[in-house]
Structure formats: structure tokens, C-alpha cells
Write a protein that binds this ligand. Structure first.
Ligand code: ADP
Ligand code: MG
Length: 377
């Protein structure tokens, strides 16, 4: 089956699209992939409705605009790669998370956990002529899970090994790990967010350049700066890092308030970005030490996401994790920029086949459930 996966993550950098051939799950092949950057107005419009006060009209409009952009992104990739659009049999579309609260909060005197991804599946199905599975997270949450992370199911299929203990690390806006012991059964896999990925660095760079630059390309800022140990210690003094998995972190944890605290230190921008890079690397390394190593050997660390292209981060991780083979996921046949889009193609494939694809050991759900909603073309 040929399936397209479409992913838009918390970094708001753009739309990741992957086209994957899945004759069977053990013989998956990525045929093509791309990232289409969000335009500045689109990024700003999403930010304006992400975890903040806004008018519901803005949300509703974006909910219908995003699938238009997704359809165009997929169409463009097909044109570029000379892949007939109608050779694609199914689309898995994650949508854009604008709110995620997996710890119950009070509303109307009751407590509920909730999550909201926008980007309507019906519109995408109509514009492409392809059935769409979308809105994957609510089903897991309904079953008592945190609705995240969902990529571990794909990690398990793609990267497990009989002999080597493996950890996959995705450094997006948030950083997360999936830990897969040698010869693991699915219920032995754990996964969780370690803390910030790129999003603190992104905001600092954007602040320092008045919005001209949106991220620390190739680690140029942080390389020029000197991380503040004192500020780092203060930032790491957060109960989240001690909390046992399953756990998820979000934009709300590392948003503008967090950055304001850093700016208040008065350090120069380069030092702040260097400190943020060290925070990302340190929280990843310490999470692996605290929560993964006691359960399994860590032979390989397989890195994906935009942060894998930040050499400063990679170097820091190598130093902090001696004895671990650190490789980009591309070495295993899955390009680091495409991995999450590939994962949602796999999840859609599973839903289409009526198979559960959450890992209860990763999300905390009571049981495996078939994820998502199907929109027919
Ligand atoms: N060459 C690079 N150098 C440093 N950071 C990079 C580079 N390319 C991408 N990034 C970082 O990766 C982020 C995008 O990563 P991505 O995996 O798409 O995250 P998300 O899943 O949250 O959208 C960018 O915001 C940027 O911080
Ligand atoms: Mg992205």
C-alpha cells in the first residue's frame, strides 16, 4: 500500500510530507519526502491560536485552511518526484496541535484532559481525492492515555534490534525519546518527552534578531557564546525532569514565559542560546541516564528532527553519552526530517487495517486502540 504521511510539529517551521510504500510493515520504503516551510503569515496565525486567548473564528478558519496547504504540499512533492497523486491510496495527517493538556483541568466544575489538533481531514480528502486518517491523539486520550507520544509505535517497527539496546531521539520543538530494549516486545518500549528540543533556542534567536532569523542555523549563535552554568542549574531545577515517564511536555512549558526568565538574566544573546542548547542536551542525557539505563542497555542513539542538524547539540550529546553510538536516523534508511511524517503514514496504515497503534507503555493508555478518524474522498 502506498501511503502519504503529513506532519506539522510544534516548531511551526513547516509541513513535513513523506510518501511511503508499505508492502508489509517489515519492508517499508520511503519513496519521497519534503518539508514545505510555513509562510510567515501562516506561522503567525497558528501562533496566535496556540495555547492562548483568541477568537474561535480564528481557530475554525485555520482548521479549514491548513488542509488546503497540506494538499498543496503533497501535490508539489508528487509533481517534483513524478509520482502520480492517484498512486497514493491513503493519507495519515497529524494536523497542528494548538492545545494539549493531558493532566485533567477543571471546566464547569469537572475535570477533563483534552487535546486539539486542527487541519480538517474532510477537506484534505476532498482536495486530494485520497482517503485520510486524521486526529490520532484523542482516541488514546479517551482510553486514559496522554495522547502522546504516538511515534514510538513506528520507532518500534523501524528500529528495534535483536541484540542492541536502542533509543531513538527526535529533536523537534520538544525533544522526545523512545527506548527499545534488545528483542523487545511492544509493551517493553517506553517513550517520553525529555524537555525542550529547539523551541527555546528558536525563540531566543528570533528575539535577538527581531524575527529575522527563526533558529540557530548550524549552531552558529551558540558556538559563539558561553553557556551559563548558573542559569542552567536554575532552569534544570524543575520537577518535570525528575518525574517518571510516561510524561509529555509542551509549548506551554517552554513558551514566552520561560524565555522571559532567561532574558531577565541579562546575558548576551549568544550566551543565552548556548545555555538553551546545553539545557536541551543535558535534559536529554540525564533522562536517558535516569529512566532508560536502569531498564536496558543503550548501544545506539538514533537521532532525527531538525535539531539533529545542529552540530553544537550533537557534539554536546556525544560528550555526555560516552560509549553510545550516536547516528542520524538516515543511516537506518529513514531521513531525520521525514521520520515523523513516515510515522503518521504507518499509523494511518494500521488504522486502515483496523489495527491498534498506540503503545500503552508509552502513552499510559489502558489498552491498545485504533487511532484516528477516517474521511473518505
Ligand atoms: N541546520 C540547522 N541547524 C540548527 N537547527 C536546525 C537546523 N535545521 C533545523 N533546525 C531546527 O529544527 C527545527 C525544526 O525541527 P522539526 O523536527 O521540524 O520540529 P517540529 O517537529 O517541532 O516541527 C527548527 O525550528 C530549528 O530549530
Ligand atoms: Mg517541523
Amino acid at each position: 500500500m502506498r501511503v502519504a504521511g503529513i506532519m506539522t510539529g510544534t516548531s511551526l517551521d513547516g509541513i513535513d510530507v513523506a510518501i511511503v510504500d508499505i508492502p508489509r510493515l517489515s519492508a517499508l520504503k520511503v519513496v519521497a519526502h519534503t518539508t514545505i516551510p510555513y509562510s510567515k503569515p501562516v506561522r503567525e496565525a497558528i501562533l496566535a491560536v496556540s495555547n492562548r486567548d483568541c477568537h474561535t473564528a480564528e481557530i475554525s478558519r485555520l482548521h479549514f485552511l491548513l488542509p488546503e496547504l497540506y494538499a498543496t504540499a503533497l501535490r508539489d512533492l508528487c509533481l517534483r518526484e513524478e509520482i502520480p497523486l492517484d498512486s497514493i491510496e491513503l493519507i495519515g495527517s497529524h494536523g497542528q496541535t494548538i492545545f494539549h493538556e493531558d493532566t485533567p483541568a477543571e471546566v464547569a466544575k469537572q475535570k477533563v484532559a483534552s487535546t486539539l489538533q486542527i487541519g480538517d481531514g474532510s477537506v484534505l480528502a476532498d482536495r486530494t481525492g485520497i482517503p485520510v486518517v486524521s486526529d490520532f491523539r484523542p482516541r488514546d486520550m479517551a482510553a486514559g492515555g496522554k495522547g502522546a507520544p504516538l511515534v514510538p509505535y513506528a520507532d518500534y517497527l523501524l528500529f528495534r534490534d535483536r541484540k542492541r539496546g536502542r533509543v531513538t531521539l527526535n529533536i523537534g520543538g520538544i525533544a522526545n525519546v523512545t527506548a527499545i530494549p534488545p528483542s523487545a516486545a511492544p509493551d517493553q518500549v517506553i517513550a517520553f518527552d525529555t524537555g525542550p528540543g529547539n523551541m527555546v533556542m528558536d525563540q531566543l534567536v528570533s528575539h535577538a534578531t527581531g524575527g529575522k532569523l527563526t533558529y540557530d542555523r548550524d549552531g552558529k549563535f551558540s558556538r559563539r557564546g558561553k553557556a551559563s552554568r548558573e542559569l542552567l542549574a536554575r532552569l534544570m531545577d524543575d520537577p518535570y525532569y525528575m518525574q517518571r515517564p510516561p510524561k509529555t511536555a509542551g509549548r506551554e512549558q517552554y513558551g514566552s514565559e520561560f524565555v522571559e526568565t532567561m532574558l531577565a538574566s541579562g546575558l548576551p544573546p549568544e550566551d543565552l542560546v548556548a545555555t538553551a542548547a546545553l539545557l536541551t542536551a543535558s535534559t536529554i542525557a540525564s533522562a536517558i541516564g535516569k529512566f532508560v539505563r536502569p531498564r536496558q542497555p543503550v548501544d545506539d542513539l538514533i537521532v532525527s528532527g531538525g535539531g539533529a542538524r545542529n552540530p553544537v547539540l550533537m557534539d554536546e550529546l556525544r560528550v555526555m553519552l560516552p560509549g553510545v553510538e550516536l547516528e542520524h536516523s538516515g543511516k537506518y534508511g529513514i531521513d531525520g526530517d521525514a521520520k515523523e511524517a513516515v510515522a503518521f503514514a504507518i499509523l494511518a496504515h494500521e488504522t486502515w487495517r483496523r489495527r491498534p497503534s498506540n503503545l500503552p507503555s508509552a502513552t499510559g493508555a489502558r489498552r491498545g486502540v485504533i487511532l484516528g478518524k477516517v474521511s473518505f474522498a
